[in-house]
Design a protein around this ligand. Structure first.
Ligand SMILES: [Ca+2]
Length: 675
């Protein structure tokens, strides 16, 4: 005998742990049921965070579920022997799954939860990016897509009832990346399985993400000169921060909302040959494609959002995921080949360098989108069942663009008010699932998290528990991390519920969360958003006043901006706009008059034409709910971008514009002046 176990039988138990082995469950074979003593975890731990952790004594049940003849869904359940809190928490997978993630089950067990996880229906060699299980096995792909997580929850709850004599009072699901996709899939397909769900950095639009991976790799492989070596990534990030760090009101090497950053990589163009501190023309082209994201070459449709600027050189973000010394060594290269080669075409020799971004993307969407993509924005059943969904995503995530989480949130918002059941938190600086830069620790990496205690403000799972069990929704979390580049200095910062961002109060230690408030976003744009919306633009006559920031080579500073808008209803959506910029002393900086015409096209799209002294600016825009956005480009190369929200009582707008001349940028915040 390997070790002696002397544990009292739990008082609540209706059956002994051993007896669970003979339990009859639908489509399920229980392979073992045994009391295990407290141990120290020594198995694999992908984030390197659980090795050496104390694992309390538990009844461990391992089984296989076969809802179809080709299914083999392995799962493990850990039932606390003492101190069960009456609740259940299931853990998600990562990557292509293929193993039961025991390391994720330690944290819930230590919190007193009965917990379970599955290998998602197949076995894979550790550390290998592979979806070979899908070739010739459509049922296994469905198990991976959504069935394994649901079936595991059904059987785990049955085992909990058999062991303790009652069902859990609350059930939770926690997952990041692939686990985040599983989390959203549960809310969409099985809205009664879990009352509380954490969906972190979800790879929800699975086929879209894989297309983006292929797009990025193709951009970087376009010619031998397109490859950007990892050593240049910090150079790019420094240039982005030089251009954009202060936009959020604080120079701290973090971008509160990278959407406010309009970075032009041509500032890094090499002047005399290729050097480490500059980019060649081919590299600039590749970088612009990565920022822009994949588009259909025939229709121009955005296929997935691009990656926001500002985290290129942060360790474990772009390097490794997208860029390695070897041009084909990145994780994105492997994942995109596996997805299209093994899952879509079932032809392992397929190479992403042959991908047709029109035809092949449509094939992928039609074949596997309905199985893998957790993109259904209709969460009304989940909401009606009392479910609470907490989503978080790092702005520095180079695996899943955080813009995709915003798109999904906005799509949900177009159908139902999410505030009472669904909140999204975007974390400045943070990479995929956690770590590295910014306020990246808030209970999100389980046992490796340096934050002690289970304060709902600093521990994301405790925040979800409080929301589900006490009805207190989280407005913000407080993340902990270290200052960049001074890793010896601790930083705390509020992480605000989207769309709010943390704004520095203007005084006090900028590394202390207490000196920030959650406020309106600097700039709300989401280029390429595909969510449904409305086209009505109920702009009305009136005067608007606000603060603006103007930057050019002659003048930089804060100005008062006054708009007078005359809404010409006779000519549909046509507005005469007179704009005056005043210096702090009241002297005019300049003024201009423009006419803006909005013409609804299809869906939520609008065509925008601006006649001004800069010439005619035309562009396409869109509205999401009460928020409208458009971008336009002048023939001179000037870009104009403008976002505003429209409500019956108030108009607020923020704008930015860039060009390649001496005019660099301006932004404004406007509020309607009461009549
Ligand atoms: Ca900043």
């Amino acid at each position: 005998m390997a070790f002696m176990v002397t544990l009292a039988q739990p008082a609540l138990a209706q059956r002994s742990c051993d007896a669970l082995a003979s339990l009859t469950l639908g489509f399920t074979t229980i392979t073992s049921a045994a009391l295990l003593p407290e141990t120290t975890y020594s198995g694999p731990a992908p984030l390197g965070l659980a090795t050496g952790a104390r694992v309390p004594s538990r009844c461990e049940v391992i089984g296989v579920i076969a809802p179809t003849p080709d299914s083999a869904i392995r799962f493990a359940v850990w039932l606390p022997v003492t101190g069960w809190n009456g609740k259940y928490r299931q853990e998600g997978n990562s990557g292509w799954a293929g193993a039961i993630p025991y390391w994720n089950m330690i944290d819930p067990l230590r919190r007193g939860y009965a917990t379970a996880a599955t290998d998602n229906g197949h076995v894979a060699a550790p550390g290998v990016v592979s979806a070979a299980f899908a070739i010739g096995h459509p049922e296994k792909l469905i198990d991976f897509g959504y069935r394994a997580v649901h079936e595991t929850s059904v059987q785990a709850k049955a085992l909990i009832h058999a062991f303790y004599g009652r069902t859990p009072v609350h059930s939770y699901f926690v997952g990041c990346s692939e686990g985040g996709r599983e989390a959203l899939m549960s809310a969409q397909r099985h809205p009664d399985d879990f009352q509380g769900i954490i969906a972190a950095a979800p790879s929800a639009d699975y086929s879209g993400i894989m297309t983006a991976f292929a797009w990025n790799q193709r951009a970087l492989l376009d010619t031998p000169a397109s490859h950007i070596p990892p050593r240049k990534l910090p150079v790019i990030q420094r240039a982005v921060l030089a251009a954009c760090d202060g936009v959020d009101g604080l120079r701290d090497n973090l971008l509160e909302d990278p959407r406010a950053c309009r970075f032009d990589p041509s500032v890094l163009a090499c002047k005399t040959g290729d050097r480490d501190d500059c980019l060649t023309a081919s590299q600039i082209d590749a970088l612009l494609k990565v920022y822009g994201g994949p588009t259909n070459p025939r229709t121009g449709d955005q296929l997935f959002p691009g990656l926001p600027a500002g985290h290129e050189g942060t360790p474990r973000t772009w390097a490794g995921w997208m860029i390695t010394e070897s041009p084909t060594g990145a994780l994105q290269f492997a994942h995109a080949n596996v997805f299209y080669g093994q899952v879509v075409f079932e032809r392992p020799s397929w190479d992403l360098r042959t991908l047709d971004f029109d035809r092949d993307v449509i094939i992928a969407k039609e074949k596997v989108g309905p199985i893998l993509d957790a993109t259904n924005a209709d969460l009304r059943a989940f909401r009606a069942s009392g479910g609470k969904l907490l989503q978080y995503h790092g702005w520095g995530d180079a695996a899943v663009s955080p813009l995709a989480s915003i798109e999904y949130y906005d799509a949900v918002r177009a159908l139902t008010s999410p505030d009472d059941f669904y909140r999204l938190f975007l974390v400045p600086g943070m990479g995929h699932c956690g770590g590295v830069a910014g306020p990246a620790y808030f209970g999100n990496v389980g046992l490796g998290d340096p934050v002690e205690g289970r304060d709902p403000e600093r521990d994301v799972f405790s925040a979800l528990e409080r929301w589900v069990e006490q009805g207190v929704p989280p407005d913000h979390l407080i993340g902990t991390g270290t200052v960049t580049p001074d890793s010896n200095t601790r930083l705390t910062r509020p992480i605000c519920a989207y769309p709010a961002v943390a704004r520095y109060k203007g005084s006090g230690d900028a590394n202390e969360a207490t000196n920030f408030v959650c406020g309106p976003p600097v700039l709300v744009t989401s280029p390429g958003a595909r969510a449904p919306g409305v086209t009505d633009l109920p702009f009305t006559n009136g005067r608007f006043e606000g603060r603006g920031h103007w930057i050019n080579q002659q003048a930089e500073g804060e100005y008062t901006v006054t708009y007078t808008i005359t809404d010409d209803r006779e000519r549909a959506k046509r507005h005469a706009v007179r704009r005056v910029f005043l210096k702090p002393d009241g002297a005019p900086l300049f003024e201009e008059a423009t006419t803006i015409t909005f013409t609804p096209t299809t869906g939520n799209r609008v065509r925008v034409a601006i006649e001004s002294d800069k010439g005619l600016i035309e562009g396409l825009g869109y509205c999401l709910g009460d928020q409208c956005h458009y971008e336009a480009e002048l023939s001179s190369g000037e870009e104009l971008e403008f976002t505003f929200s429209v409500t019956p009582l108030r108009v607020e707008g923020l704008a930015s514009s860039t060009n390649q001349g001496n005019f660099t940028s301006w932004r404004e915040t406007l509020a309607r002046v009461p009549e």
